[in-house]
Design a protein around this ligand. Structure first.
Ligand SMILES: [Zn+2]
Length: 482
């Protein structure tokens, strides 16, 4: 069995050393240490895909409820995000598709049946009341969170309602309609030269990979079940990107039943190698909770602790981080998992006994934060297979090392114009113009965006005040701190 070098218990112990000692020093600590911003839209949990549909937005209400009951809101800034505007959504999505989402309702859907197939709307992605508003809410949160990171107003931003990684430019897919991750990353690219996307949902992060398949300014890494058949059918290890993006898509295809120790070992090895080589200036982490054991649609054996360990591993790199949700279909475990991961991000240890709350019946019969979730599915990942996977990853990363190294620009132009004009235009422009050359490659400079306890305060404060001044009109009402 591969070993990560440290046991789960040891890792947790060292993580807890940094936790805040008492409520009195929270404010001080938030300025000396990691600053976390939490984006939660009160209404986002009130939409319904349909009674039998496995996607339950209510899991977001449940998660937020546990976060508050555990008192985690005292350790971070809470924001009620504004909804994404049409123009923001059109930065990635096609106008006719967005227009369809805005107009279709359960009552008038018969009129639109001729385009259902084109937009892939139907059983998996049903029409429901408020569908576009729902998208605006979760996407608005990811966009706002990205801006907060750019402004230096936080080191870590959390949006559990986001992470809808399957949505495509012109169509819905896998319960996802608007791809908030792509929109968030496009926002981050206005400032950050290189963005790393990491996906631990059990499904391949196909929508995000596809959106950035031909650019080296975004590297995507997805850990998922793959057998060619499992949804969405992509995520083979040979999908590595193309043109300028060749080698900048990384896929880690796993088999049924992977356990905690294996997953953490592989995740740590892959991410250390990737981050060391690519040196991202910002990271987006998709925390789909359908990779947990006992998920209604999943088939891994991960515990909540192991899932959270991946979050800890990424957090420890101290690179500006946007954390989003994703899949997760056993609602009670999704809420447990994302609450636990919120606690990791704010360096706070939680009692295993869930606090009493109005939704406590969801957590029967154990009422614990860490129920036993493993062992339901036979583990088909053997040691030899996992070693082979790691080898392949290291091999692919060697090509990144060999990529031309171009000095990092402080404020690279954004690539949104290329996306608007279609993929072909983007490819041509990136190949022909100086833009691609100026901003790609592995920067030699030490990352300016890494935060350090010593020098962080001044920079962070300065950036933050600029942000609040420039956006006062828009954010005064929206950035409501609870
Ligand atoms: Zn999923």
């Amino acid at each position: 069995m591969p070993r990560s070098g440290a046991t789960l218990t040891e890792d947790r112990r060292s993580a807890n050393k940094a936790k805040h000692a008492s409520p009195a020093n929270v404010r001080l600590a938030s300025h000396n240490k990691t600053r976390v911003a939490y984006f939660h839209d009160e209404g986002v949990g009130n939409y319904h895909y349909g009674e039998r549909h496995p996607m339950k937005p209510h899991r977001l209400t449940l998660t937020n409820h546990l976060v508050l009951k555990y008192g985690l809101h005292d350790k971070m800034e809470i924001f009620q995000p504004r909804r994404a505007t049409d123009d923001e959504i059109l930065e990635f999505h096609a106008a006719d598709y967005v227009d369809f989402l805005k107009r279709v309702t359960p009552d008038n859907q018969k009129e639109f049946e001729q385009v259902f197939q084109r937009f892939n709307v139907g059983d998996d992605c049903p029409v429901f009341t408020g569908i576009y508003e729902f998208c605006q809410r979760y996407a608005g949160a990811s966009i706002e969170a990205s801006r907060k990171l750019i402004a230096g107003g936080a080191n870590i931003c959390i949006n559990w309602s986001g992470g809808l990684h399957h949505a495509k430019k012109c169509e819905a897919s896998g319960f996802c309609y608007i791809n908030d991750i792509v929109l968030g990353i496009l926002e981050l690219l206005r400032y950050f030269p290189r963005v790393l996307y990491v996906d631990i949902d059990i499904h391949h992060g196909d929508g995000v990979q596809e959106a950035f398949y031909t650019t080296d300014r975004v590297m995507t890494v997805s850990f998922h079940k793959y057998n060619g058949d499992f949804f969405p059918g992509t995520g083979h290890i040979d999908e590595i990107g193309s043109n300028l993006g060749k080698y900048y898509s990384l896929n880690v295809p796993l088999r049924d039943g992977i356990d905690d120790e294996q997953y953490i070992w592989l995740f740590k090895a892959v991410m250390e190698a990737t981050i060391g080589t690519y040196q991202p200036s910002a990271i987006v982490l998709q925390c789909g909770a359908d990779s947990l054991g006992c998920d209604r649609l999943g088939c891994f054996n991960l515990s909540i602790e192991a899932h959270g360990r991946c979050v800890q591993i990424i957090k420890d790199f101290k690179i500006p981080l946007l954390v989003v949700g994703g899949g997760g279909y056993t609602v009670r475990n999704v809420a447990r998992c994302w609450t636990y991961e919120t606690s990791i991000l704010v360096d706070t240890e939680l009692s295993n006994e869930l606090p009493s709350n109005e939704y406590i019946d969801f957590f029967k019969p154990d009422y614990q934060l860490h129920p036993h979730l493993s062992g339901r599915v036979e583990n088909q990942n053997d040691q030899a297979y996992l070693f082979k996977l790691r080898e392949r990853v290291v091999e692919q990363l060697r090509y990144l090392d060999a990529a031309p190294s171009i000095q990092m620009q402080e404020m690279p132009p954004n690539i949104q114009g290329f996306l608007e004009d279609g993929d072909e235009a983007m490819r041509e422009a990136e190949e022909d113009s100086e833009l691609g050359k100026d901003t790609r490659g592995v920067a030699k400079a030490r990352l300016e965006n890494e935060w350090y306890e010593d020098d962080y305060d001044n920079d962070g404060e300065a950036m933050d005040s600029v942000w609040h001044k420039d956006n006062s009109a828009a954010s005064a009402a929206d950035d409501t701190t609870m």
